[in-house]
Design a protein around this ligand. Structure first.
Ligand SMILES: CC(C)(COP(=O)(O)OP(=O)(O)OC[C@H]1O[C@@H](n2cnc3c(N)ncnc32)[C@H](O)[C@@H]1OP(=O)(O)O)[C@@H](O)C(=O)NCCC(=O)NCCS
Length: 184
């Protein structure tokens, strides 16, 4: 019989102070630091829902919308958006806050697909999800839709690879910023 959990059961927020050692040569916070924190909060949220160990299977696009400064507080809000059988999608919204000016920036949002694991490293069935409000329903539906789109992209990618034709490709690349200097 299916077990169920609510979205609220595993919702989690991680807040971290951006210290100077997180900065790049330009003085802004490294994108990799934010990505590492996203992976961490995705794990906590997924493990709470699954009730066990989880691994990251895939990460959707991460667009950085605004730079993060040293001294800001970064908060990552994570919740389970969707569950399959052994996989689940954790949606993460990242904001950064300047504690002095109180300015809050939305820096990025992304979706991590995590897979729950048994002790023997075989996938573990995760609890189904109870959707308690309009946001829960919208997020579940949007994640379902992204999953269908991903399947479509994968099929298209396979088709494009198998249909590859050199002369046609060289013709298509004429409008791109590249120069072909093939050895004869
Ligand atoms: C993720 C992993 C467990 C999937 O193993 P697998 O043998 O392909 O497992 P399955 O085919 O049974 O798939 C299990 C679930 O994962 C999902 N899944 C597998 N690969 C996926 C991918 N790339 N993207 C999204 N979902 C994926 C499947 O859809 C399935 O979901 P469902 O049970 O909800 O229907 C395996 O590829 C793995 O261990 N990867 C390394 C993970 C890791 O080390 N992460 C840290 C990265 S540094």
């Amino acid at each position: 019989m299916d077990t169920y959990k609510t979205v609220a059961d595993s919702q989690v927020t991680l807040t971290e102070l951006m210290i100077p050692s997180y900065a790049n040569f330009g003085g802004k916070i490294h994108g990799g630091i934010i990505m590492g924190l996203m992976d961490k909060v995705a794990y906590v949220c997924a493990a709470k829902h699954a009730g066990g160990y989880c691994v990251t299977a895939s990460v959707d696009d991460i667009d950085f919308l605004a730079p993060v400064e040293v001294g800001e507080l970064v908060s990552l809000m994570a919740s389970v958006n969707y569950v399959g059988k052994t996989s689940l999608v954790v949606g993460i919204r990242v904001i950064s806050e300047n504690v002095r000016t109180k300015e809050i920036k939305h820096t990025n949002t992304s979706y991590f697909t995590m897979v729950a694991m048994n002790e023997d490293r075989t996938p573990l069935t995760v609890p189904a999800l109870i959707l308690q409000n309009d946001d829960d329903i919208r997020r579940f539906f949007q994640a379902y839709h992204r999953k269908q789109l991903k399947k479509y992209y994968r099929t298209e990618e396979t088709r494009i690879k198998s249909d590859f034709e050199m002369n046609e490709t060289i013709e298509l690349l004429r409008t791109e910023r590249c120069k072909i200097e093939k050895a004869k």
